[in-house]
Design a protein. Structure first.
Length: 484
């Protein structure tokens, strides 16, 4: 009898899973009642049917507790009074929630990071000055009599004047390759120092705001705005002379959760239409974030309808063929993404992920366009890859049948494995500033199409009812055993 009692208690504890198909339970009750009256007089069957009848009666109470006829949309597991009580006993700190002060600190830090990244893009354009100066000089020498290059020659003369003037900390002209390399390395180190300072765990919002105010004045000592403007004018004149009209890159931003490695993989697919313009080389160094772990970052390039080519992050310069369209995909894996929604001490271990965006909102890449009158010569063109304030994730891809609930996505989703954020959900800029899209996942053993259909009745919402039914069933079985 003790073995029977133990088995029946186990069945009650597993009742929410075993009787998940609610419409079958009334049939089960009818069968038990019929069997009880039909075989009550039998010696062995009657002894078994009595505890089964008690169990069934208490299961009916539990079944009523679940209110199976009330079909509602899935709710957060924290929503019920019973779960809040259980949480107080069993829940662990997930560590994914942030305070208001922490959120403000993330916003202030991100604002400074955007300014620094903008300066890095300016520095990349300045570092291309020698190449663009040589290319334009050659082009002007070959087409000096042409009347439509006057704007180009004026812009080139301005670039040569500004770069010859140099900066106080670098003696000599910046048109000297060694001086320009020294200049870019020193500015890069200066930006690295500022970035390391603002990333310090002891930094405050007041310090970040003051750093942002002082940053423009500090970098003006390097004459970055002036030198950038000089290169920009030459680049603009080149675009006008060669009628180069390259549209802004089109970005598709998605996130994939990989169950096996417990990683959130952020993916940015950048599509560039070259039209009739021929590019000989693509430099992707501007897409590699500052201090990014190269083991977690991947970049590949597709020319037209070709196969993806992985990019060497230590030398991200890619030679190009006769391409009309380029697709650049960069992905970054964020490990240890999963956190417990309820403690693993409970029998339904719901888990969650917090989706954030790891890439800077402003990046760049460099295309080298072939000069129309000399296929052996080219000029560098910096193309900005920027995210607007209104940009959002296109979708979040999850393991099959693993989605349970998120207040930030369209529910019910058209594709249960690719959930789409709501219009009011955190945008890309928010996700890069410390905010997150919280997604709750089904337990591994409930990831199937049937569980997706009945998840609004999952017993985690009524765990206290299951425990209560188990308690009364054990009490009834104890009484039954004492009479025997």
């Amino acid at each position: 009898m003790k073995i029977v009692a133990a088995v029946l208690l186990l069945l009650v504890l597993l009742f929410p899973v075993l009787v998940a198909a609610w419409w079958l339970f009334p049939i089960f009750v009818v069968v038990v009642v019929w069997a009880f009256f039909r075989f009550e007089g039998r010696k062995y069957l009657g002894a078994i049917l009595k505890p089964v009848a008690i169990l069934t009666a208490l299961a009916v109470i539990a079944w009523c507790w679940y209110v199976p006829w009330k079909r509602t949309a899935p709710q957060p597991v924290e929503s019920s009074l019973s779960n809040r009580t259980v949480y107080g006993l069993f829940r662990r700190s997930s560590g994914h929630q942030t305070s208001d002060s922490g959120s403000n600190l993330a916003l202030d830090r991100n604002a400074v990071l955007r300014t620094i990244e903008s300066q890095r893009i300016s520095l990349r354009k300045i570092s291309s000055a020698l190449e663009i100066n040589a290319s334009v000089n050659n082009y002007v020498a070959r087409n000096g009599s042409s009347a439509d290059i006057s704007t180009l020659t004026t812009a080139l003369a301005n670039l040569q004047k500004e770069f010859t003037a140099g900066v106080p900390s670098i003696p000599g002209s910046l048109l000297n390759s060694r001086n320009l390399l020294d200049y870019t390395q020193k500015v890069d180190l200066d930006l690295d120092r500022i970035q390391a300072d603002i990333m310090s765990p002891t930094t405050t919002s007041d310090h970040l705001r003051q750093t942002r105010l002082d940053l423009s004045d500090h970098l003006a000592l390097w004459r970055i705005p002036t030198l950038f403007d000089a290169v920009e004018k030459v680049e603009t004149a080149l675009r006008q002379s060669f009628k180069t009209d390259i549209g802004a890159p089109v970005c598709e931003n998605t996130v994939l959760y990989e169950q096996g490695s417990d990683s959130l993989v952020a993916r940015q697919r950048i599509t560039i239409d070259l039209g009739n313009h021929k590019a000989s080389r693509l430099d992707l160094s501007g897409l590699i974030p500052y201090d990014a772990d190269h083991s977690l970052l991947k970049i590949d390039v597709i020319e037209d309808n070709g196969t993806p080519r992985p990019v060497n992050l230590d030398d991200p310069r890619v030679p190009l063929g006769e391409s009309k369209q380029l697709i650049v995909t960069r992905s970054f894996a964020q490990p240890h993404a999963r956190y417990p929604v309820m403690s693993s001490h409970l029998w339904v271990p719901f888990q969650g992920i917090s989706v954030r965006w790891p890439f800077p909102l402003t990046s760049s890449l460099q295309l080298n366009f072939v000069l129309p009158d000399d296929p052996g010569d080219s000029w560098p063109y910096i193309l900005n890859v920027s995210s607007q304030a209104t940009d959002s994730l296109r979708y979040i891809e999850l393991p099959e049948d693993s989605y349970y609930l998120s207040k930030d996505v369209v529910d019910p989703p058209a594709d249960i494995n690719r959930i789409i954020p709501r219009p009011e959900a955190p945008r890309l800029a928010d996700l890069a500033s410390g905010k997150g899209i919280e997604v709750e996942l089904m337990p591994v053993y409930l990831r199937n199409p049937l569980a997706q259909k009945i998840k609004s009745n999952l017993a985690v919402e009524n765990l206290a009812g299951s425990l209560l039914a188990a308690l009364f069933t054990g009490f009834g079985l104890a009484l039954f055993g004492s009479k025997d």
